[in-house]
Every structure is written in structure tokens, then in C-alpha cells.
Ligand binder design. Structure first.
Ligand code: NAI
Length: 287
């Protein structure tokens, strides 16, 4: 069974932007797709059925297989109902793309608890809820694929996105452990950090840049990470505008102290501690 043929794949936030492209491509390649979207605004307010319905209709018109789902994946019940929809319609779930997201930008000085929490709830908690609901099926069938939407704003920081960046890097922390815990059941967990012109970026990046970033450029990468051919796990891939590359954490040799160092002794070794020349891929020293 090559690629994603007959695989049951749930895409959260698939009623527009990147998620829509993922759903269209996966269905074109023979997957059975659950198109989830709450149908609200960019800041998470409101809801509706037309976004998910429109994408499902597009898929069906092209001869593909898909069902719509309007659950709010930021809640445990919504995520459980979403996975139930996959199982009820297609018998199981083989893959989850946790792509749903909202924006509540603002400098940290002005970051309200409400804007912090709403963003964590959709991105980070949503990832937890949806993947957790799918996890028993992955383990039972010894096959599972997870892709979470990370962001260069989390990997590298971005002004005004403390809430968003924290949630996005939190998802990378999540897949790092899911990769370890899922390994013996053939469950792979990876992250995509996309760059694309969508409603999320329409007023953030300049038009000349956005013109070079059609969301379709990202879909094939996510499709590969969902496929039977993929064997990588805990990989973070940036994709946009035709360029696709991996981002990874590295560590240097550092310094070794045989007795608890004083502040002055740390200061004396600081270059040795921070110089990344000769650095190698990092690993958990306790793992
Ligand atoms: P988008 O706003 O078009 O898509 C997000 C979708 O998620 C929307 O259709 C929205 O209705 C849905 N959604 C929001 N909250 C939901 C909830 N609680 N339950 C179900 N659905 C919900 O934006 P875009 O750009 O397509 O973003 C997709 C993902 O990629 C997001 O996670 C975003 O943070 C991430 N991303 C996008 C980048 C870009 O350049 N467009 C850059 C980095 C990350």
C-alpha cells in the first residue's frame, strides 16, 4: 500500500489555508480524510460549518473520500468526537495532522492571560487532546502518523508572538516524546514549520513575499510525513515557497567542572560553554 492510499487521516483546521491543501492532496492520493474545522475567525472567535463543508465538497467533486467535522479540538470532548467521527466513518484512524491554529498577537508587555490561554488551548492542548484520542488506535494497529504544525516563531522567536511561539515549541517537545513512546508501535511523530500565504499571514508578511508562498508548496511534505514510506520521527521540517529543510538541536562539548563552579569560574569558561564550533546533534543525557 504505497503512500497514503486508504489511510484514514484526520486534519484539524482543514477548512482553509494550509489544512485545506493537506486535505486536498491526501484525498487525491487516495486517503480517506476527516476535514475538521471549527469555522471561526483568525482570533478563534465564532464558528460555522461552511469551511469544512466546502473543502469536503471540493474533495468529493474531484472523486476523493472525505467527511466534514466541526468540533472544537481545543476541548477534550471535541477531540474525542473528532476521532470518533473517523472511526465511525472509516473504521479507524491512521494519522493525525494537528494543524488547527489561531492568532492573538501582541507584545509580551501587553499579553493578557486570555490571549495567552486561548492560543495554548488551540495549539498545544488541541494537539494533546486529538493525538491522545487517536493514540489507542495507533498502538492497537501498530501504525500511526502524527504531524503537528510548529512554527519558525517558536523555533526562533518572533516579536509579538510569545503566546504562539511558546505553544508551537511546546508541540515540538510533544512530538519528541511521542516519537520515543510510539517507536515500538510504528508510530512516527514529526513537525512541520510551514511558511505560506494564508489568512494567518496575510497582514504579517509583505505581499511580494506572500506571492512566493502558496500553501500548496507545503502539502507534499506533510503528505510524505503521513505516508507509509516515511521512517523518520521527531524531525522538524521547515517548508515554504519551494524550499524544504530540517531544523535540529545541536550541542557542543561544553566545559566540565569537577567541583561546583563559582560564578567567576563559570564566567572564565563561558566561551567554551557557548562556542558551537564542532557541535553535534543533541540528545537527552538522561534518556
Ligand atoms: P488558517 O487560519 O487558514 O488555518 C487555521 C484553521 O484552524 C482555520 O481554518 C480555523 O478555522 C481552524 N481552527 C482554529 N481553531 C480551531 C479549533 N479550536 N478547532 C478546529 N479548528 C480550528 O491558517 P494557516 O496559515 O493555514 O495555519 C495552519 C497551521 O499552520 C496553524 O497551526 C498555524 O499556526 C501554522 N503555521 C502557519 C504559518 C503560515 O505561514 N501560514 C507559519 C507557521 C505556522
Amino acid at each position: 500500500m504505497p503512500g497514503v492510499t486508504d489511510r484514514v487521516i484526520v486534519v484539524t483546521g482543514a477548512g482553509g489555508g494550509l489544512g485545506r491543501e493537506y486535505a486536498l492532496l491526501l484525498a487525491k492520493e487516495g486517503a480517506q480524510v476527516v476535514v475538521n474545522d471549527l469555522g471561526g475567525a483568525r482570533d478563534g472567535s465564532g464558528s460555522g460549518t461552511s469551511m469544512a463543508d466546502t473543502v469536503v465538497q471540493e474533495i468529493r467533486d474531484a472523486g476523493g473520500t472525505a467527511v466534514a467535522n466541526y468540533d472544537n479540538i481545543a476541548t477534550e470532548q471535541g477531540a474525542a468526537d473528532l476521532i470518533k467521527s473517523a472511526v465511525d466513518n472509516f473504521g479507524t484512524v491512521h494519522g493525525v495532522i494537528h494543524n488547527a491554529g489561531i492568532l492573538r498577537d501582541g507584545s509580551f508587555a501587553k499579553m493578557t492571560a486570555d490571549n495567552w490561554e486561548s492560543v495554548q488551548k488551540v495549539h498545544l492542548w488541541g494537539g494533546y487532546h486529538v493525538i491522545r484520542a487517536a493514540w489507542p488506535y495507533f498502538r492497537e494497529q501498530n501504525h500511526g502518523r502524527v504531524v503537528v504544525a510548529a512554527s519558525t516563531s517558536g523555533l526562533f522567536g518572533n516579536f509579538g508572538q510569545a503566546n504562539y511561539g511558546a505553544a508551537k515549541l511546546g508541540l515540538v517537545g510533544l512530538i519528541n516524546t511521542l516519537a520515543i513512546e510510539g517507536a515500538r508501535n510504528n508510530i512516527l511523530a514529526n513537525a512541520i514549520a510551514p511558511l505560506a500565504a494564508t489568512r494567518m499571514t496575510e497582514d504579517i508578511a509583505p505581499k511580494e513575499m506572500l506571492d512566493k508562498l502558496p500553501p500548496a508548496h507545503v502539502a507534499g511534505v506533510v503528505g510524505y510525513l503521513m505516508s507509509d514510506e516515511c521512517t523518520d520521527t521527531a524531525t522538524v521540517v521547515v517548508a515554504g515557497g519551494g524550499r524544504v529543510y530540517r531544523v535540529q538541536q545541536f550541542q557542543n562539548k561544553g566545559a566540565v567542572f569537577t567541583t561546583p563552579p563559582s560564578i567567576d569560574e563559570v564566567a572564565a569558561q563561558w566561551n567554551q560553554i557557548t562556542d558551537m564550533s564542532g557541535a553535534e546533534p543533541g540528545a537527552n543525557p538522561l534518556g
